[in-house]
Structures are given as structure tokens and as C-alpha cells.
Design a protein around this ligand. Structure first.
Ligand code: BGC
Length: 710
């Protein structure tokens, strides 16, 4: 098919109303009354008539392949134009086979896991007729109170970018859309993760420096991975809602990054600019959206109901609309919609593909890499003959797959009780010490080990689920302490969608951060408990000691008065009541193996801009168990015109080691790895000393310095 001619032909045959319809996205319920998809809020008040409905360009969420086919058929029958609908949906960590939540996937420190999650989710979503997924979320966050940290890849720009890019490549088959692949709409552009005080939808006030350095690069990397769409965020930036923010959408996205991505609003975010106080009414919202570079509005009808008038008045030109609709047509051609409007949608193949053994195995593999072992004094791995008492709110719970699993079904998967049953001598989900009878406590004491399955429910994280108190709910700390006092061996499993305050659990024998691990959660946890698999996850976010430390992150600045425990000076940057360090730092995570690091070496003591620095380190698995280790390379630019963080992650390698195996791990660093963004977003680097830090956690590294010579 000749793309250019086809596009022009299609455009020329469309009325203005039909073109504007392409710039609108609604939920399926507008078309069929028995849609399984749920619709919230403002959508009910869209004020759209039947004629307008059949001009709409895309659909948000769909109940399955049969519904997609039915809807597309009815749409094409009723429409006066020839453009099929495009289907977009939230596929965050799996379609039906559910992978670990993104924050857990990030703990694998293994972009390959994100790639696999993307690839398998794409295959399943494709069989359901989905063309574009609203994923991945590239918003980094330093505030665990924000409920959406569960959907992101943590606090670090490098890790977030690597994971997001790999996931996009997995979903899109490296941009080669076709069978079993779906396009990506990355979100939320930009800075959404910096919501003040971690409250969702709250104000964002970011310096340009932080924006360029910390927040923007991950979106850019994800675009390089082959994303075709960008979703704007709900927040303001510099006082302008992101959805109508010309600086973000035109200057950064289109001009600086030369991105051709189609820009879509978040749910109803174009009308929300009225509540923000950035537009008087819907007509002004429509004008501001167009001028800023917003191509499609989701779940609002501002364009649909006001663009014609704006064109008639001459404030908006029809050519501006043609340009946007041309991009949408191009995309519809690219995914083959005109050749087959039903693409992969097929009820029989959906049933066969989804939740297949292969997919479940891969979800388990990802789960195994996503758990972070926080404490272990040798009680883990468990021995096959040990008897177990299992108690706590997650002992029998099926709610383990995590939030944002739209088609995921908790009832299909096993509980901890079901997987650990062979060795269980006692199980209860009662979560308060006082509820246990003397007889029950006696039985618990008789077991060789007590496993307490604790945490926050899956409904306590995710969109609009921020918490100001991130301790474990319902005094699970007291629950634990009471048992700790009387039981010899206690293992705590923590479920949750964010870093939680775990200071009260420091005296535990072993503790695992299990997050929410998806479809194979319990099986993966069992394998890890018994040492059939060796924990290899690392924390993608710092775990604070208390709530007052938030925001706390590893790549902070040194300040002019850095804290020094040896100093007698009391005027240093510190708290009176808590250490500056987190309870568990970024990059931290134990293994049943013991990895030692030595001989950090660099290829040069001074480096020029066009040269490559080779870094190598000797890592030994000083144990009789094979296992994987995440080798992390950080840098520090000691002196610069704009001060640099005390550490910045630049490279990761996840490597498998046999028992007692030693390996030399090599890295290469170039100018782009070392340079930093200035206030205008330009990369720069002055001559001076730079530190290289390599280790298995951000707080335990070997160091070597070199000079960069301009
Ligand atoms: C969320 C987006 C999501 C969209 C569509 C919004 O409320 O912020 O992340 O993709 O809804 O479901």
C-alpha cells in the first residue's frame, strides 16, 4: 500500500467533524450497553450525540476479543468514514498472566525481566484485539507515600530508563509492530512522580535542573525503545498543567527530542485544566490543548464540542487538525488496521495463549528475581524437614497479584498456605496477638520456624491510593513484636506496593520484601524460602527509617555541611532524632551466597571526551550456592559548575555465579555517562576528578578516581 497517497486520500474524504472525532478517545460503553469495562466520572457527562460517537478514533479499555470484534463491527457499520477504531488499554504488569508489579520488576535490576514481561503481555493483549498499551510508567518518585510508586521503577533515573526502555522493546518487538506485538503509550509526561507530599494529583514544583537530570531522561529512553504515544500527566509544571504545557509538549518532546509520538491526555485531564485554574471554560481548554501540542483527548469531549467553532473563528486552522489526524491515520496504517480492523482479536486463540504454562513459568522467573532479601541470620533457606507455623493477614490471602491487574484474577492463583502445605503445622490469618488462644500459641511455639506474612493490602497502593502513614497497617508491628518475644525463629514476608517503614522488624531472623509478585507469587516465594532459588533482588527505592525522612534517596547532594559522625561540630546537616541514612538503601539486597568484591581497576587515570574508560572488578561468590549478583557502577563528579550528587548509578550487570566462582566484570564509560544536564538541558562536563564506585549496593562500594580532561 502506498502510505502517502492513502493518507491523503483518507484525509480528503473526511469531513471536519470526522477528523475531530479521531482526536477523541472514550470507553466502550458508548457503543455497546453490555460492555464489561467500567467507566468512571466525567465520561458520563460528555455531551456527545450518536452521530459524534461514530467519528471517535479510539477506545480505552476493552473486555476481551469478542467485545472488541462486536464493537468494531458495529462501529464500521454505522460510521460514515472508513477509519476503524483503535483499541488502547492499561496493561501494566501483564494482561492475564500477571508479572510482578513494576516496582518489584525493577528490584530484579534486570531489564531482561521487563522485556519478557512486555513481550508476554503484548502477546496476550494482541490476542484480545488491543493495539496500544498505556505502559510503561516512566515517572520516577522519591516519595513512597505516593500510591503510584508501585507502577514505576523506583527512585533512580538510570534504572527507570533501562527498565522502561526494555519493557517498550518487549511490548513493541523493538518497534517492529505486527503479530503478537502492541504499541506503547508511555506515561505520564512529565514529573508526575514529584507530587508534593506524595499525595496523588498534587502540585509539582520542580527545578529545571531536577527535571532534566532526574525526571526527563527515562521518558526519552522509553521513546528510543520504540514508543509511539506519550500520555500527559495530571500535574502542573511551572504552574502550567502538563496536558497544555507547551514547554513539555513542543519544546522538549517535539523540538529537542524530535519525537513524532502521538500525544494523548490522561483521563479527563484536558477538562481538568479548568479546575487547575488554567482555562475559563471548555472552549479555552480546547484551544490551549491544540496550541500546546495535545493530539488526542482521553475521556473528555472538549475538542469534539469546541474545535469546529474555534476553526470557524479562525483561532485554530484546519491544517493544524489535518496534521494531527494525519499522524493518527499514519499510525492506523502502520498497525495494519485498514487491512484487518480486528487484528489479533480471536476468542479461541486468546483462551489458548493467555495463562499458558510457558507464560506462567516466565512470570515465576520474573517473580524469583524480584524478591529482595532484607535480613537473614542464617535461618533461610529453610530445610525440607522443618515444620512451619504460618500466620498473618497474607497467610491465606489470594490478593497477591497486585494493583492494576485489570484482567488478572486472584482466584486463579495459589495462596501461601496452599504452596507451603506439606510442612505446615499451624496456619492462621488472624493479625492480632490477642486473638490467638493459649493452645494456638503452644502450637506455634512447637513449630521449627514461624513465618509471618505481613504487609499492606493490594488496594493500598496505586492511583489515588497515597498514604501518609507507611507503617504496616493495623499495628502489625505490635503483632510481630509479641511473637518475636516468645518465638525462636521468625521469618517475615512483607507484601506491599511501596517501601514501608520496617524499623520495628530489624531484630527478625529473616525478612523478604515480596511486593506483589503476580500470578506465580506463592510458588516463587516457596522456592526462595527453601533455597531452590537464590534471592537476587535489590531495592529500587530507599526504605526510610521513619516517615519524617521522606523524601530520602541515594543520589542526594553533599550539602555545604555534610554530616560527619566523627566531627564535634553540631552545625551539620542532620536530624536530632534519626540518622541521615535510610534503613535499607537503594541497590541493597542479600543473597544466600556471599559475594565479595576486590581489585577495582580503571584503564586510565585521565580521560578525554572521545575516549572510553574501561572499568573492571573481581567478584567472587564465596559460598557453595550458585546465585545471581547485581554489580552496580556509580560515579561522582566531585567538582562541577553545577553541583553533582554524591553518587549516580550509571551501569548495572546481573551476573550468574556458580559456587565459589570468581569473575572479572567489565564496564565501559563514555562521555555521555559522565556528563550532566545544565539549566537548559544541555549536556556538559568540565575537567576534573571523577570517582568510580562499584559494589553490590549503593552504600557498599569500592572506589577509584580518575581525571577527566577536556
Ligand atoms: C491513569 C492512567 C491510565 C488512564 C486510563 C488514568 O486515571 O492516570 O495511568 O492509563 O487512567 O485508564
Amino acid at each position: 500500500m502506498n502510505k502517502a497517497i492513502k493518507k491523503e486520500e483518507i484525509l480528503n474524504n473526511m469531513t471536519l467533524k470526522e477528523k475531530i472525532g479521531q482526536m477523541t478517545q472514550v470507553a466502550p460503553y458508548f457503543f455497546i450497553s453490555d460492555s464489561e469495562a467500567t467507566v468512571y466520572g466525567a465520561l458520563r457527562n460528555l455531551n456527545i450525540n450518536k452521530e459524534q460517537v461514530y467519528t471517535i478514533g479510539s477506545i480505552l479499555g476493552i473486555g476481551g476479543p469478542s467485545e472488541m470484534i462486536k464493537l468494531q463491527e458495529s462501529y464500521l457499520k454505522n460510521a460514515t468514514h472508513e477509519l476503524p477504531l483503535m483499541f488502547m488499554a492499561d496493561v501494566i504488569h501483564g494482561y492475564k498472566t500477571i508479572f510482578p508489579v513494576p516496582l518489584a520488576l525493577a528490584s530484579s535490576f534486570n531489564p531482561e525481566m521487563a522485556r519478557i514481561a512486555g513481550k508476554i503481555s503484548a502477546k496476550e493483549a494482541y490476542s484480545s484485539g488491543i493495539h496500544v498499551v498505556f505502559s510503561p510508567m516512566c515517572d520516577l518518585s522519591r516519595d513512597p507515600r505516593w500510591g503510584r510508586v508501585v507502577e514505576g521503577f523506583g527512585e533512580d533515573v538510570f534504572l527507570t530508563g533501562e527498565m522502561a526502555k526494555a519493557m517498550v522493546e518487549g511490548f513493541t518487538n523493538k518497534g517492529k509492530l505486527g503479530k503478537d506485538a502492541v504499541a506503547c503509550c508511555i506515561k505520564h509526561f512529565a514529573g508526575y512522580g514529584a507530587s508534593e507530599a506524595g499525595r496523588d494529583y498534587n502540585t509539582v514544583d520542580l527545578s529545571r535542573l531536577s527535571l532534566y537530570r532526574d525526571y526527563l531522561p527515562a521518558y526519552k529512553k522509553a521513546l528510543e525503545g520504540g514508543a509511539d504515544f506519550v500520555m500527559t500527566s495530571f500535574n502542573t509544571l511551572d504552574g502550567v498543567p502538563a496536558t497544555i504545557n507547551t514547554f513539555l509538549l513542543r519544546k522538549i518532546l517535539k523540538e529537542k527530542w524530535q519525537s513524532k509520538a502521538i500525544v494523548i491526555s490522561d483521563y479527563d485531564s484536558l477538562t481538568q485544566i479548568i479546575d487547575h485554574g488554567a482555562a475559563e471554560n471548555q472552549k479555552e481548554a480546547a484551544l490551549k490543548g491544540i496550541k500546546a501540542g495535545l493530539d488526542i483527548e482521553m475521556a473528555s469531549s472538549v475538542y469534539m464540542n469546541h474545535l469546529t467553532e474555534l476553526i470557524e473563528e479562525g483561532t485554530v486552522k484546519e491544517s493544524e487538525i489535518d496534521e494531527i489526524v494525519g499522524k493518527i491515520i499514519d499510525f492506523k496504517i502502520k498497525i495494519g488496521l485498514f487491512d484487518n480492523p480486528y487484528s489479533g482479536a480471536n476468542q479461541a486463540s486468546e483462551s489458548e495463549i493467555c495463562l499458558s504454562e510457558e507464560h506462567m513459568d516466565l512470570a515465576k522467573e520474573a517473580a524469583l528475581e524480584s524478591v529482595v532479601l532484607l535480613e537473614n541470620n542464617g535461618v533461610l533457606p529453610l530445610k525440607k524437614k522443618q515444620s512451619i507455623a504460618l500466620i498473618g493477614p497474607f497467610a491465606k490471602s489470594r490478593k497477591l497479584i497486585g494493583p492494576w491487574s485489570w484482567h488478572g484474577r486472584n482466584d486463579l492463583h495459589k495462596t501461601l498456605e496452599e504452596t507451603l502445605k506439606d510442612n505446615l503445622v499451624f496456619v492462621s490469618e488472624k493479625a492480632s496477638y490477642g486473638e490467638y488462644t493459649d493452645e494456638e500459641i503452644k502450637q506455634i511455639k512447637e513449630a521449627d520456624v514461624l513465618i509471618m506474612a505481613l504487609g499492606e493490602d493490594e488496594s493500598l497502593s496505586g492511583e489515588a491510593h497515597s498514604r501518609s502513614n507507611i507503617h504496616l497497617p493495623n499495628d502489625q508491628e505490635g503483632f510481630y513484636q509479641n511473637f518475636r518475644k516468645i518465638i525462636d525463629k521468625v521469618v517475615v514476608l512483607v507484601f506491599g506496593g511501596r517501601p514501608l517503614i520496617l524499623s520495628e522488624f530489624k531484630d527478625v531472623d529473616a525478612m523478604m520484601m515480596c511486593w506483589f509478585l503476580g500470578s506465580s507469587s506463592s510458588e516463587a516465594i516457596k522456592e526462595l524460602l527453601y533455597g531452590e532459588a537464590n534471592p537476587s533482588g535489590k531495592l529500587p527505592m530507599s526504605f526510610p527509617r521513619n516517615i519524617g525522612q521522606i523524601p530520602i534517596y541515594y543520589n542526594h547532594f553533599n550539602t555545604g555541611r555534610p554530616f560527619d559522625p566523627a566531627s564535634k561540630n553540631m552545625y551539620l546537616s542532620k536530624y536530632l532524632d534519626v540518622a541521615n541514612t535510610p534503613l535499607y538503601p537503594f541497590g541493597y539486597g542479600l543473597s544466600y551466597s556471599n559475594f565479595t568484591y576486590e581489585n577495582l581497576s580503571i584503564s586510565k587515570d585521565s580521560l578525554k571526551a572521545n575516549e572510553t574508560l574501561k572499568v573492571s572488578v573481581k567478584v567472587k561468590n564465596d559460598s557453595d550456592l550458585s546465585g545471581k549478583e547485581v554489580i552496580q557502577l556509580y560515579i561522582r563528579d566531585y567538582v562541577a559548575e553545577i553541583v553533582r550528587p554524591v553518587k549516580e548509578l550509571k551501569k548495572i550487570r546481573k551476573i550468574h555465579f556458580l559456587p565459589q566462582e570468581t569473575k572479572i566484570i567489565d564496564f565501559e564509560l563514555n562521555y555521555d555517562d559522565l556528563a550532566y544536564f545544565d539549566h537548559e538541558g544541555k549536556l556538559k562536563l568540565e575537567s576534573g576528578k571523577i570517582g568510580i564506585f562499584v559494589g553490590g549496593s549503593s552504600d557498599k562500594t569500592l572506589n577509584k578516581d580518575f581525571y577527566f580532561i577536556k
